[in-house]
Design a protein around this ligand. Structure first.
Ligand code: SF4
Length: 383
């Protein structure tokens, strides 16, 4: 079965999206970082204007849910006053993922800074269009959802690589923004000649059109790194339980950190750990790390099951019952993961469809009528 088409658009803060529980407002902190004051402001915004919860998206953005329409303009004003949000439509739309453990003035930081600073001189980009800026010795972002990858070359320069291509276009810091603009111009020209309902991603454009510039394989040999929960080079890598933080998590983090970085895999990088009862995932064997879970009911109007409730209950089961990785999806759109999983549990008119080794939109092998029967099914197949 093919993936059902997504409804609505890719939301931002200035272009929120209606969801089952109110407006969904997505903010995109520069460099994925927030300082302690911003964390406290955000915690207050979650409590006053949202439902007290913050989603970390797979592209390191932050989502406030459950915003009532009459409160929306006050929320935006507060975010702008506290410099969690700008006023520019182009900046609001810009998607940038930077490598984890970013240091101020590092090559990744300087390249990202150029993209943020030059956004007003770039054309208005499609909502999903994004940059992955990954110029450290190790590469972390090669598998992330980006359209243009800015990477370090084997010499002292940079490589601009379009998603879908193995080789890139050589450049350097002084020519970065003009070369980015050139590639975007080509992409938009090809995009405009397509008659598609939604803009195509770069990967699809390069598969249909010859890239017009010389590419080189000067890309620094990738030492691909995964980001996993634990301590690393003096930092702590934590995961938000099922990708969601409570306002109290933000306050606890702000109490012991000057700033934190939100990063890939819905994780965060901190300098210090809050007290023992922080409620965040900091053990690599935590069952919650095996699960991708969408907001489900009542937060999304397409959902017919309470995904988080089921996930909490599975998190307390013995590891062998869960088996491998699990995707719990409120409906067959499978927003929480585009990848195949050992098992998907998918809401379908109130029942729990079980897909084995496949995607949320695949044909189920079993239908369970309740959470209890899901658990019984798991125990039966694992015994
Ligand atoms: S997969 Fe989840 S979040 Fe996505 S539309 Fe379905 S219920 Fe909503």
């Amino acid at each position: 079965m093919s993936r059902p088409a997504a409804k609505g658009w890719c939301p931002s803060a200035l272009r929120p999206m209606k969801s089952g529980d109110g407006l969904l407002v997505r903010i995109k902190p520069n460099f994925g970082q927030l300082n302690s004051k911003q964390l406290l402001v955000l915690a207050d915004c979650l409590d006053h204007f949202g439902n007290g919860l913050l989603d970390i998206t797979s592209r390191t953005n932050l989502q406030i849910r459950g915003v009532k329409e009459q409160n929306y303009s006050n929320l935006i004003l507060k975010l702008q006053t506290e410099r969690l949000l700008g006023t520019s439509e182009k900046l609001d739309r810009l998607n940038v993922i930077v490598s984890p453990f970013i240091r101020e003035n590092s090559l990744t930081w300087r390249c990202a800074n150029q993209i943020y600073s030059s956004v007003e001189n770039l054309p208005l980009l499609p909502e999903k269009f994004g940059f992955c800026i990954d110029c450290d010795e190790s590469r972390y972002l090669s598998n992330q959802s980006g359209d243009i990858f800015i990477e370090r070359s084997s010499g002292s320069g940079l490589v601009l690589r379009c998603a879908g291509l193995k080789k890139g276009f050589s450049t350097d810091e002084s020519n970065l923004t003009s070369d980015v603009k050139k590639i975007i111009g080509w992409y938009l020209e090809k995009q405009n000649s397509e008659e598609t309902e939604r803009p195509m991603r770069m990967r699809d454009i390069v598969s249909k059109n010859k890239f017009p510039w010389k590419t080189s394989n000067e890309l620094k040999k990738p030492l691909l790194e995964e980001v996993t929960v634990g301590s690393y080079q003096g930092y702590f890598v934590l995961a938000a339980p099922f990708g969601q933080l409570k306002s109290e998590h933000l306050r606890k983090l702000a109490a012991v950190n000057q700033k934190i970085q939100f990063t890939i895999n819905r994780m965060l990088i901190t300098e210090s750990l809050p007290d023992k009862n922080h409620g965040l995932v900091n053990e690599p064997h935590d069952n919650r790390l095996k699960m991708n879970v969408c907001p489900g009911a009542p937060h999304c109007s397409s959902a017919t099951i309470k995904t988080r409730h089921l996930a909490e209950s599975l998190a307390h089961q013995k590891e062998f019952i869960l088996g491998g990785n699990i995707h719990i999806s409120g409906c067959s759109k499978g927003c929480a993961s585009p990848n195949s999983k050992d098992m998907c549990i998918v809401g379908n008119e109130g029942t729990y469809d079980i897909v084995e080794k496949g995607y949320a939109w695949d044909k189920p092998v079993v239908k369970c009528s309740s959470q209890t029967s899901v658990l019984e099914h798991l125990k039966e197949i694992r015994s």
